[in-house]
Write a protein that binds this ligand. Structure first.
Ligand code: IMP
Ligand code: MG
Length: 180
């Protein structure tokens, strides 16, 4: 279905399905962190919208919210495998904590690998990874994603925080660019 006003974009996951998927993830996370609470590390920028929605429906106690930025040296829509983790994360508060990384999409896996290695080096008590979307066909490195919202085909998607060239992050649903 092509929506008017978002020229050329095709709807992949409508708002109500997104909401239900995020709620399902929240219940799984609640169950696993019910007794320990959790520290959340949001991977900017794409996961900002997802993280904001997830946080507000979690019942497990969130002890802390931190942010990292993962950027690959490549440009455009290809991840180069050379991922830099930067940002404002306060490294003092990861040791001994139950840390959950929250990301928008698992693609080649390079981002997941780099962010996990970085957080692991800070000595958390446990470390898990939550991704809203997964494109398993694209995987280049093996990474364990513990919570996956939606497994999707190999399309480039935008909306709900995700961009193409910084655009479309504000769309409330998830769209893809159909192959020409
Ligand atoms: P990976 O390192 O290849 O797993 O890529 C992960 C990052 O690339 C994601 O966190 C996104 O920021 C970006 N990315 C990958 N696929 C898409 C997509 O289809 N749309 C928007 N961003 C994407
Ligand atoms: Mg990202």
């Amino acid at each position: 279905m092509v929506e008017a006003g978002h020229g050329g974009l095709t709807l992949l996951i409508p708002e109500d399905e997104l909401r239900a998927g995020v709620a399902t993830l929240a219940r799984e996370i609640d169950r696993d962190y019910a007794t320990t609470g959790v520290v959340i590390v949001c991977v900017l920028k794409g996961a900002a919208v997802f993280t904001a929605d997830l946080l507000r429906i979690l019942r497990a106690e969130v002890h802390r919210l931190e942010f990292v930025r993962a950027s690959s040296y490549g440009s455009g829509t290809q991840s180069s495998g050379d991922v830099r983790v930067t940002g404002t994360l306060d490294t003092r508060y990861m040791a001994g904590q139950h840390v959950l990384i929250v990301d928008d999409i698992a693609d080649t896996g390079h981002t997941g690998m780099a962010v996990k290695d970085y957080i692991r080096s800070l000595g958390p008590a446990s470390l898990r990874y939550c991704t809203l979307l997964d494109k398993p066909e694209r995987r280049e490195v093996e990474v364990q994603y513990d919570y996956v919202g939606f497994t999707i085909p190999n399309h480039f998607v935008v909306g709900y925080g995700m961009d193409f060239d910084e655009r479309y992050r504000g769309l409330p649903a998830i769209y893809y660019f159909p192959d020409p």
